[in-house]
Design a protein around this ligand. Structure first.
Ligand code: NDP
Length: 400
C-alpha cells in the first residue's frame, strides 16, 4: 500500500513500529527518524528479517522545519506519524504543509516554556491543510484517541443525545519502583501537576490539582482511587458531541506516586522555570526526567492491567440510557508481544490504526480534524483486530 515516516523513537514509537511491521500489507515501507539515530537503528535491527516491511532510519531534529522538509521530500511518505513530543507538533505540521503530506499525532501542541495544552494552535492550520488537500488527524492515541472514537461510536449507534461523559483512565499496573512515570516523565508531570478542570454547560470549571477524588471498581483491576484532571480531549469533545452537558476526565494514581510528586513539587523539582546551576541554565523538570527510570525500560517489570473507557448518560428513543465502553489491556501480554508496557501499547496501537485510516483513504477529509470527527466504525473494527478489543456494559456504576 505505501510508506510512512515515523518521527520519534521512544516508548510509544516502539509500539507503532512493531504494529506497522505486523501490518506490512498497509505499511510496506517505514522510515524511523528521530533526534538520536541509534535508537531508530536499534528498532530496525530488532525487526528487520522478521517482517515484510522495509525499514530505513534517519536522524532529524524535529524542531527544525527545513530539516523535516528535506527528509519528507527525500522519503516521500503518504503520512507522517508524529510520536515525538507535543513541542514538535507545529514544526512537523509546517513541514507536512510545505510538502503536501498527511499528518497524525497523539498529543496536542504545548509550548515548551508554558504548561498549557489547547487545540487553538493546531486548529489554526485548518484552512491551509484543506487548501493543500491534505489531512491532519489530531490525537490518535488512547486518550486522546480511542476515547474520542468511543464517543463518536456511542453517538452514532447508541444515543439520540449524550448528556454526560466520564472518561476513566485506570492503570492497575505495578512496576515495583517507588516513583516512575509510564510515559515521558516531563509531559506526564506537567499534565498531573496542572490545575484540574471539566466542562459543564459549555464552560470550563477549574479545580485545584487533585482536588476531586473518587473511588471506582474497575473490571479486570479492582477498586482504585481516581482524580479529576484537565485533559485535552475535553475541549474538542465539548464541541463535537452535540448536546453534551458535562464532560469529566479521571485518572487513577497510587498513594506512593502522589506522595513522591507532592514532595518533588514542594522542593521545586517539577518547575519548568530555568534556574542557574554551576554557570549553566537547567530546567528542574528536565533534570528530574534525566534521573527517573526511562518509561521504555518499565516493560519487563510491570504487571497488572489497564482499563480505560467512557461512561455515557443520555437519551435514546425518548428513554434515559447509560452505556460504558472500555478496553482492558494486560501489561505483561503487551511486553510479550512488542516489548513494551501497556501505556505505550494502548497509545501506539491507535496511532498505527489512525495512520492506516489515512494511508488506505478510509478516512479522507482534507483539513485538520480531531479523531471523533471521522466515522468510528472502521477504527472500532481495527481495535479488535490489532490488539485493543473493547467491551460494553449497558448498566454501569456511575461516578458521583
Ligand atoms: P519518549 O520520551 O519515550 O519519546 C519521545 C521521542 O521523541 C524520543 O525518541 C525523542 O528523542 C524524540 N524527540 C524529542 N524531541 C525531538 C526532536 N526535537 N527531534 C526529533 N526527535 C525528538 O515519549 P513517549 O514515547 O512516552 O511519548 C510520545 C508521545 O506520545 C508524546 O507526545 C506523549 O505526549 C504522547 N502520548 C499520548 C498518549 C495518548 O494516549 N494520547 C499517552 C502517552 C503518550 P531522544 O530519544 O533523542 O530523546
Amino acid at each position: 500500500m505505501g510508506r510512512a515516516l515515523i518521527i520519534g523513537a521512544g516508548g510509544v514509537a516502539g509500539v507503532v513500529i512493531h504494529k506497522c511491521c505486523q501490518n506490512s500489507e498497509v505499511f510496506e515501507e517505514i522510515c524511523i527518524a528521530s533526534r538520536t539515530k541509534s535508537k531508530c537503528d536499534a528498532f530496525r535491527d530488532k525487526l528487520q528479517g522478521k517482517t515484510k516491511t522495509v525499514i530505513t532510519t534517519a536522524q532529524v531534529n524535529a524542531d527544525n522545519v527545513d530539516e523535516l522538509i528535506a527528509l519528507i521530500e527525500s522519503y516521500k511518505p503518504q503520512v507522517v506519524i508524529n510520536v515525538a513530543l507535543p513541542y514538535q507538533d507545529l514544526t512537523i505540521m509546517d513541514a507536512c504543509l510545505a510538502t503536501k503530506t498527511n499528518y497524525m499525532d497523539t498529543a496536542n501542541y504545548e509550548p515548551e516554556d508554558t504548561a498549557k495544552f489547547e487545540y487553538s494552535w493546531q486548529w489554526a492550520y485548518r484552512e491551509r491543510f484543506e487548501k493543500a488537500g491534505i489531512t491532519a488527524l489530531l490525537g490518535s492515541g488512547f486518550d486522546p484517541g480511542v476515547t474520542g472514537v468511543f464517543c463518536a461510536y456511542a453517538q452514532k449507534h447508541h444515543f439520540d443525545e449524550i448528556h454526560y461523559i466520564d472518561i476513566l483512565d485506570c492503570n492497575g499496573g505495578d512496576h515495583g519502583y517507588p516513583f516512575a512515570t509510564n510515559f515521558n516523565p516531563e509531559i506526564n508531570i506537567r499534565e498531573v501537576s496542572a490545575k484540574g478542570s471539566f466542562i459543564e454547560n459549555g464552560q470550563w470549571v477549574e479545580t485545584e490539582p487533585m482536588e476531586i477524588k473518587r473511588e471506582y471498581d474497575f473490571k479486570g483491576v479492582g477498586k482504585k482511587d481516581m482524580y479529576l484532571l484537565h485533559h485535552e480531549e475535553l475541549e474538542s469533545l465539548a464541541i463535537n458531541i452535540k448536546g453534551v452537558k458535562r464532560i469529566r476526565f479521571f485518572m487513577t494514581f497510587g498513594q506512593s506516586y502522589l506522595t513522591h510528586l507532592k514532595c518533588l513539587e514542594n522542593v521545586g523539582m517539577t518547575s519548568i522555570e530555568p534556574i542557574e546551576y554551576e554557570g549553566k541554565q537547567i530546567v528542574p523538570l528536565q533534570f528530574l526526567k534525566a534521573v527517573l527510570p526511562d518509561p521504555a525500560s518499565l516493560g519487563p517489570r510491570t504487571v497488572g492491567k489497564t482499563n480505560i473507557g467512557c461512561i455515557f448518560q443520555g437519551v435514546k428513543d425518548g428513554k434515559e440510557k447509560t452505556y460504558y465502553l472500555y478496553n482492558i489491556c494486560d501489561h505483561q501480554a503487551c511486553y510479550k508481544e512488542v516489548g513494551s508496557q501497556a501505556i505505550s501499547y494502548t497509545t501506539g496501537v491507535p496511532a498505527m490504526i489512525g495512520a492506516m485510516m489515512l494511508m488506505t483513504g478510509t478516512w479522507n477529509k482534507p483539513g485538520v480534524y480531531n479523531i471523533e470527527e471521522f466515522d468510528p466504525d472502521p477504527f472500532m473494527e481495527a481495535l479488535n483486530k490489532w490488539g485493543l478489543p473493547w467491551e460494553e456494559d449497558f448498566n454501569p456504576v456511575l461516578v458521583p
